[in-house]
Design a protein around this ligand. Sequence first.
Ligand code: UT7
Length: 329
Amino acid sequence: MSKIQATITGVGGYVPDYKLTNKELETMVDTNDEWIRTRTGIEERRILKEPGLGSSDMAVEAVKDLCKKRGISPQDIDCLICATVTPDLVFPATANIICDKAGIQNVCSFDVGAACSGFLYALSTGSAFIESGRYKKVVVVGVDKMSSIIDYSDRATCIIFGDGAGCVLLEPTTEDVGIKDTILRSDGNGRHYLHMKAGGSVKPATIETVLAKQHFVYQEGQAVFKFAVKGMADVSYELMQRNNLSANDIAWLVPHQANLRIIDATANRMELPREKVMINIQKYGNTTAATLPLCLWDWEKKLKKNDNIILAAFGGGFTWGAIWIKWGY
Ligand code: UT7
């Protein structure tokens, strides 16, 4: 009997309508369009402005989009995994809330916390469930409402992040397509460079933590940059080497959209030309767990069966990794 593999059979996405442009940011902090474009590649990002809406609301739209395109009902889904650093609530899991709002009932649903690499971790977990035969239709969501944890008076972070949601459906196949190989890494010592200072069990929210602006993203950009360039390029290269893949064999690199310079460094290490690299950072910024599925969403129509695709990410934790997918449709 042929081995059961997990393959992506559909993609969904959602970005809010509101566009926060570099020009508008110029009116908020001491920055300028030229600096942001040349140092990051970002031109605008989407922001979920409506009060009372959170990550689950964007994810539900993405899941609906996926179900409609794939022609399935939410009730057909038997597992939903959500990667996010901006859950609706500390608990319960945002995955539980997405299921409730989308009409997905009595299923296994839980959140994965691996920051910008969250989608890779969730995809790897979901594919293991499929390979084991435990579930048949696993939805993997990457969503973040970064605007909820960004200090819009801090120019070091507010120019980078945006809001959005993407998801994929994983199903079993015995064809030679799907999730072929995975490398996932972490180094908790990296927490010093990228974290949120309060709101967790070590330092619960108090009036003092709010006044000290400790519920926002804290990032030492240059340090993270150095680790990201090396981490993302290393695992992508390692994944190619151990699977005997040359640049010619690869149809697409799907890199985490944190900084155009990090994306270029990874592509260069893999000897891939820009035409083979999915880049949408200019219009969405860094949507953390949503960057990878939003790339797949934007490029879905261009993907062909048997295309070799490498997904790669680096982020808070530190966490990083790469996944090789042979596209299935
Ligand atoms: O997705 C999670 C993982 N995160 C990442 O991968 C992010 C990695 N880091 C980065 O992408 C970059 O470090 C940033 C985009 C955050 C910053 O770019 P940089 O090239 O590392 O800038 P820098 O922090 O070294 O600052 C260079 C200069 C400084 O001025 P001086 O000291 O040279 O006079 C900053 O004060 O740019 C200044 N600067 C700005 N100027 C205009 C910093 N932020 C801004 C700004 N606008 N927004």
